[in-house]
Design a protein around this ligand. Sequence first.
Ligand code: PMP
Ligand code: GLN
Length: 386
Amino acid sequence: MSHSPLIPESKLPALGTTIFTQMSALAQQHNAINLSQGFPDFDGPRYLQERLAFHVSQGANQYAPMTGVPALREAIAEKTEALYGHRPDANTDITVTAGATEALYAAITALVRPGDEVICFDPSYDSYAPAVTLSGGILKRISLQPPHFRVDWQAFAALLSDKTRLVILNTPHNPSATVWRKSDFSALWQAIEQHDVYVLSDEVYEHICFDEEGHASVLAHPQLRERAISVSSFGKTFHMTGWKVGYCVAPAAISAELRKVHQYLTFAVNTPAQLAIADMLRAEPEHYRELPEFYRARRDRFVEALSDSRFEILPCEGTYFLLADYSAISDLDDVSFCQWLTKEVGVAAIPLSVFCADAFPHKLIRLCFAKQEATLDAAAERLRKV
Ligand code: PMP
Ligand code: GLN
């Protein structure tokens, strides 16, 4: 008897493989320098690696507490207070997650109900929309325009409705490399104060901010933080995206709901990695304090090396991404241009239109500069020839 295979009706029919996976695979296939997917090509701190080995050797190899190991939650509370002037309760407000991706998914799943509206800003990071869709939410997108990608707060206010449940923001912003200022958070508060709206603030690049004002966190805003979930990632901070450890901070009542999702999504996160990160945060806080300078040097070197190319480089206020305008070089759309660049020039980049639901007719690509100097120099040499 033959059975026809069961093919599920997709809950996410429009989705394919992420652009990061696609472009990294294409880079590998063509032996191109991979400036597409955002990850460093150098290692994280030696001390962190040693502490991981230490904790493994000491037998810290069983389940961690569901919310995260106490030492790490305490270290996060201290760091948050030192940076943003607000000390979250390590027991009730901080949850360690399997990277920022899990925190974002758990937050959206906990807060968004069928029919709820969620506002985000396009270009937007690719993991938000599928999570909103799976929860039955309706995404309302505000398009930000290059080169400054600033929010039009009147347009934002016009989009608010009785159904608005959540606003998702990201600063420093992937992929535009712009940052929110304190005044943006004030404007957000003014707009939503009279509405029962939550805020999900993706701050995974909090330590890679080049703005004079420094990183403006939602946690530094006394009213907003009462209804916000902020999301961070140790993958960015410690150059080890493969460890997949992140966390979120939210008031107890919101955290309680988020934890209900987290405990059945992953239950708990890698124990020895959490302990190693706790040691690292306490022993070497200068690592993240010096991160802006570390990345500023790479950014400036790469910008300088591209200065006599035909790419026009946009301002970079934060993240380890640089936007380049290729209008002077090609009429191709950005997806085709990135494919061509990978195959013919040997440098892989990310097209910006994939982060937008509406047409994004600009000729912009994203280049990751979290790379060794030799990698950046070699990439710039190829790009200058275009
Ligand atoms: N948000 C943004 C804006 C990101 O760029 C990334 C990854 N680069 C994430 C979330 C996911 O972080 P993680 O790797 O810790 O899951
Ligand atoms: N966040 C990384 C980027 O923007 C990619 C993460 C992933 O591959 N999912 O490049």
